[in-house]
Design a protein around this ligand. Structure first.
Ligand code: 09M
Length: 425
């Protein structure tokens, strides 16, 4: 793959920051006279040690020298122990074909990010110039749509249903580039496709393995990258997980965003990005001149947690989290059936945190949700928030089942039912 042809003008111009720590220098730090680094003196950091109690009553400790590290600058790509831990996790879960490729051929590389939002923003900046074509399904995660739109790219809407993007529809869109008359679209083929493959936010949609394979084939044929934004990977409610795009990436064209936000903590702001080395290196250069690095403190806390848990303990933890959200999903669907049966429609999401509800007889939910619902004491997100044209009327609302108790779901939907009845009468 010719990775440089995908880079934006800004990303092409980026250079590595010579002030930042490198892997090599960090390894030598204790054995050489260090006069290069503009690192503050750790002896004057006010915090000395920490002991964090876990839910099972056991503790993880950050001792004195670990604390000095945790409070210090660190490498842009992440601290070594966490990097190797997530690399092992990716190998186990996705076994990417690119794992053993030469770096320039797109070898799998991982970088720690300040959550997926940071990763997405950097990836979009890396790839997008004004006028570039981007394939994306609607409705979609507001944080991505709002990050892409100001870059001046053309968002090409790929039709989708509860199983995610429809490959036949994608094929039809792409086939326009073969025709002579391409004036309706920019003549450049799309640079990348963005999608949330599991538990789509807000739609709850989930791509099947078959669809992923079809989409990947089209990506190879038309030479575009796939951005797989998968924060709900660990919240899949079926017995077996659907294989990821990363797991089928023979060409080295997939950039996968993972996050600990939904399984450990969004406040720690730690995620990880996996993709072809030449592209990941560009993200690292961006980090060197933006956030510098994801919080070292958060990373060290995770390292200590994973040292205690091992991969097995982590997977057991996420299985418990997954089981909780599945129960929540069932509770919300039951509440919807009880309260909203004739007033709205939805499908049962098999991953994620959201129920996407289409209100019957209400063409736009904005006023009803933003004003009246809040007055009555319940909040939802109006569907228009997830549309590319957020000022257009939209009959949907997004309800999150992550937080509320069974009673709150029941009462929330009772109030929604009241509002709908008032609206349609
Ligand atoms: N609502 C998300 N989604 C959200 C949301 C949020 C404050 C976040 C998809 O790793 P992170 O934490 O940066 O995750 C970002 C992210 C990326 N991709 C598909 C997501 O759903 C997080 C934060 C308040 C409301 C929020 O509503 O949906």
């Amino acid at each position: 793959m010719n990775y440089s042809s995908f880079l934006s003008t800004i990303s092409t111009a980026r250079k590595a920051n010579p002030l930042r720590l490198t892997r090599e220098l960090e390894k030598k730090m204790s054995s050489i006279i260090m006069l290069s680094g503009g690192l503050p003196n750790a002896d004057y950091f006010p915090m000395k040690t920490a002991s964090v109690t876990l839910f099972d009553g056991t503790t993880i400790e950050i001792g004195e020298s670990m604390m000095k590290r945790a409070l210090q600058y660190s490498k842009a790509e992440g601290v070594d122990e966490l990097l190797s831990w997530v690399e092992d996790l990716q190998l186990k879960l996705h076994n990417p074909p690119t794992a053993k490729y030469a770096p320039e051929k797109g070898q799998m590389k991982v970088v720690i990010t300040s959550g997926s939002q940071d990763a997405l923003s950097k990836v979009f900046h890396m790839l997008t110039d004004p006028g570039d074509n981007v394939l994306i399904d609607e409705p979609n995660y507001t944080g991505s749509v709002l990050a892409l739109q100001p870059m001046g790219c053309n968002l090409i809407k790929v039709p989708s249903d509860q199983h995610g993007m429809i490959p036949e529809a994608l094929n039809e869109i792409l086939s326009q580039w073969k025709m002579d008359n391409v004036h309706k679209l920019n003549t450049r083929t799309p640079k990348f496709l963005y999608t949330v493959p599991n538990g789509g936010n807000p739609s709850g949609s989930a791509l099947t393995a078959e669809r992923k394979k079809e989409i990947y084939k089209l990506a190879s044929k038309y030479n575009f990258l796939i951005i797989e934004d998968d924060p709900y990977y660990f919240l899949q409610f079926e017995k077996t997980k659907v294989p990821s795009f990363l797991s089928m990436d023979v060409d080295g064209r997939v950039i996968r965003c993972d996050t600990f936000s939904k399984t450990i903590s969004p406040g720690m702001r730690i995620g990880f990005l996996t993709g072809p080395a030449p592209l990941i290196d560009k993200v690292i250069q961006h980090t060197q001149v933006s956030t510098g690095q994801p919080s070292t403190f958060s990373q060290i806390l995770l390292v200590q947690l994973f040292n205690k848990w091992g991969q097995k303990g982590f997977l057991e933890h996420v299985a418990r989290v997954e089981a909780f959200y599945k129960k929540q999903r069932d509770t919300m669907v039951a509440a919807a059936e009880k309260r909203l049966k004739d007033l709205a429609e939805w499908y049962v999401p098999n991953a994620g945190m959201f129920l996407w509800i289409k209100i019957k007889g209400v063409s736009d939910t904005y006023q009803m949700i933003k004003e009246k619902a809040l007055e009555r004491g319940v909040s939802f997100v109006p569907g228009c928030a997830f549309m590319f044209e957020s000022t257009q009327p939209c009959p949907y609302v997004r309800a999150s089942f992550s937080y509320a108790s069974a009673d709150q779901m029941d009462q929330g939907f009772r109030l929604l039912a009241e509002l709908i009845k008032e609206e349609v009468k």
